[in-house]
Design a protein around this ligand. Structure first.
Ligand code: ADP
Ligand code: MG
Length: 238
């Protein structure tokens, strides 16, 4: 999926020859110290950040640099951020239907029907007519997941989706994500939630200083990491 991807911010080499394959239906957890390039990696995958070199493929198709083809492929990649990023002046329902109506040209009634089904699935159908600020953080993040799913993405990217949440709301979001994983969604998840990694992921990617330092199974990674760098990191978070 990613081949020799490189990215600089000025002199800073943020992504160094990143090779990463994510198979269909696979859940990959990306973990690592702050500043290691995890968010940049996520943003590069749907070209929110341009890359300097390498290739990103979604379902075998290289991601084009710009234009209509990019918009189409970008729709295949759903993204959920730490900070929810819902449109504040639109209701939850409008947040979820906007993309399908604008980008996928789904008729409004059909888009609303699908959106209600998705909101039901993430457990907040009764919040559909409210505005984001009227919801708890956990509800907003579930709305953001529903919004991403409404585009029928082939892969979902989550960048620390629970780290801005109060502890009691973490589980409700992780439960939705675990459900998605169980249904076979292809997912790349930046998180330090080990319970989720163990439950849902096939692969843990440990990233530091712009490099993939270690790729391992969750069980092995958390009990028997292979690299000193990963062991050092784990000793600080465990
Ligand atoms: P992580 O998500 O693992 O914490 P990031 O991808 O956010 O790491 O950041 C990787 C590095 O790139 C950091 O050193 C950060 O300061 C830098 N960086 C991120 N975004 C930008 C930007 N827009 N401009 C300049 N430097 C950036
Ligand atoms: Mg980050």
């Amino acid at each position: 999926m990613l081949e020799k991807v490189n990215k600089h911010f000025g002199d800073l080499h943020v992504l160094k020859d990143i090779d990463l394959t994510v198979d269909r239906g696979e859940v990959v957890v990306v973990i690592g110290p702050s500043g290691g390039g995890k968010s940049t990696l996520c943003r590069s995958i749907n070209r929110l950040e341009p890359i300097d070199g390498g290739t990103i493929l979604v379902d075998g198709t290289p991601l084009p640099a710009e234009g209509k083809a990019l918009a189409r492929l970008r729709a295949d990649v759903g993204m959920v951020f730490q900070s929810f990023n819902l449109f504040a002046h639109k209701t939850i329902l409008q947040n979820v239907t906007l993309g399908p109506i604008k980008v996928r040209k789904v008729p409004k009634a059909k888009a609303e029907e699908e959106a209600m089904a998705l909101l039901d699935r993430v457990g907040i159908a009764n919040q559909a007519s409210k505005y984001p600020a009227q919801l708890s953080g956990g509800q907003q993040q579930r709305a953001a997941i529903a919004r991403a799913l409404a585009m029928h993405p082939k892969v979902m990217l989550f960048d620390e989706p629970t780290s801005a949440l109060d502890p009691e709301m973490v589980k409700e979001v992780l439960d939705v994500m675990t459900g998605l994983a169980g249904e076979g969604m292809t997912m790349i998840v930046v998180t330090h939630e080990m319970g989720f990694a163990r439950r849902a992921a096939q692969k843990v990617v440990f990233m530091a200083d712009g490099q993939i330092v270690e790729v391992n199974t969750p069980d092995e990674f958390f009990t028997n990491a292979q690299t000193d760098r990963a062991k050092d990191f784990l000793s600080k978070i465990l």
